[in-house]
Design a protein around this ligand. Structure first.
Ligand code: HEC
Length: 104
């Protein structure tokens, strides 16, 4: 409840950023930047090129995955990709794309 409230406040305070989250853009970024390791599509049979990298469809279905958890994860670095830096709008778009795979 408290988290929902502060999220709502953050969205009110930053409408331009909230509006920039676009799953189509997120899919494009995923195809360019993530597909070398992750299976990024809806196909539950696909295998990630890097067996340690979870498929995005599985990430989306994890009970612990939320918009906030994805954004926090993508703002900190991947263990195997220390210099991976995404712009804030890119993170928002990727998060909305991944959540969409799980129907969230
Ligand atoms: C060089 C390979 C590589 C690339 C490129 C890569 N990842 Fe990953 N990713 C991994 C590996 C390995 C893991 C699992 C271990 C870890 O968490 O570091 C992972 C884990 C994740 C997770 C799981 C977080 C969780 O809650 O368990 C997410 C989400 C994710 N990556 C998103 C992305 C996105 C989005 C991109 C592209 C913008 C991307 N990754 C690009 C290798 C990669």
């Amino acid at each position: 409840m408290r988290i929902a409230l502060s999220l709502a406040l953050a969205l009110v305070a930053a409408p331009a950023i909230a509006a920039s989250a676009d799953p189509t853009t997120g899919e494009k970024i995923a195809k360019a930047e993530c597909v070398s390791c992750h299976a990024i599509g809806r196909d539950a049979e696909a295998k990630s090129p890097d067996p340690k990298a979870p498929r995005f469809v599985d990430v989306a279905k994890m009970p612990s995955t939320t918009e906030l958890s994805l954004k926090v994860f993508l703002r900190s670095s991947h263990r195997n990709m220390p210099n991976f830096i995404l712009a804030r709008e890119e993170i928002d778009s990727i998060a909305s794309y991944i959540l969409g795979l799980g129907g969230k």
